[in-house]
Design a protein around this ligand. Structure first.
Ligand SMILES: [Zn+2]
Ligand SMILES: [Zn+2]
Length: 239
């Protein structure tokens, strides 16, 4: 069962009572936080295993162009949460989000909100069983034993960015294993125009993700410069 690459345990953010947008009004809630569609949970989805991903749901939303938080089809413009390393490898490993679901994630996820500098060292909540005979939790242990996904547990946080792309540019891509990591499947980033690119959080101060490695920071800076030049040349462009 893969660990969520970013949200280790969102519970501590619950105290802040992040407002839930209308699109997520019918989503399951646990401790005041929306339980994302791809989060592993018991059949009663108000009982999530924070920090764990449901591999089946992950594949389902990626293949069907749906949102990782609400599980509904994505709009004509979608948001991808990416790290500089994802951009370099050319694949966004997290499924897309609706803009309002992305905004909610930025506030509710302790990793994206910058409240923590380290991925959860314990790798998420324990896989407790429930008493529901129809719940698939009784199979969780065997999946866990076969887990080949390398863990991010305890590692320093990387910088995160949000990139907006058009749905018509959405395609699934698998990058083979290389020196930067194992094979990964997600949404292709290469040669895809980014409608918008902005930083969501800085890397942990002790992380390996130093500024010179942060390709996305350079792109953000170049785009800002480019926009300034274009506006200077054509003052009416943004009016
Ligand atoms: Zn959504
Ligand atoms: Zn269960």
């Amino acid at each position: 069962m893969p660990n969520n690459p970013r949200c280790p345990a969102s519970r501590s953010a619950a105290a802040e009572r992040v407002p839930i947008p209308a699109r997520l009004a019918h989503s399951p809630v646990s401790a005041g936080l929306v339980v994302p569609y791809i989060t592993l949970a018991h059949r009663d989805r108000t009982r999530p295993i924070w920090g764990r991903i449901d591999a089946q749901r992950l594949g389902e939303v990626l293949d069907n162009k749906r949102c990782q938080v609400c599980g509904e089809p994505l709009d004509a413009t979608l948001v991808l949460m990416i790290r500089p390393s994802d951009y370099v490898r050319g694949v966004a490993v997290e499924p897309g989000l609706h803009p309002e679901c992305a905004l909610y994630s930025r506030r509710a996820c302790v990793m994206l909100a910058g409240h923590v500098d380290r991925y959860n060292p314990s790798g998420g909540s324990p896989l407790n069983r429930c008493g529901d005979p129809l719940c698939r939790c009784r199979f969780w242990a065997s999946v866990e034993d076969n887990d080949a996904t390398p863990s991010r547990e305890g590692k320093p946080a990387e910088a995160w960015y949000e990139a907006w792309i058009k749905l018509e540019d959405y395609r699934i891509f698998t990058v083979p294993a290389d020196e930067s990591g194992p094979a990964a499947t997600g949404i292709a980033l290469r040669r895809v125009p980014l409608l918008r690119l902005r930083k969501v959080r800085d890397p942990a101060p002790d992380g390996a993700n130093t500024e010179w490695m942060d390709m996305l920071a350079k792109i953000v800076a170049a785009r800002r410069l480019w926009n300034t030049l274009v506006v200077d040349e054509h003052p009416d462009i943004n009016s």
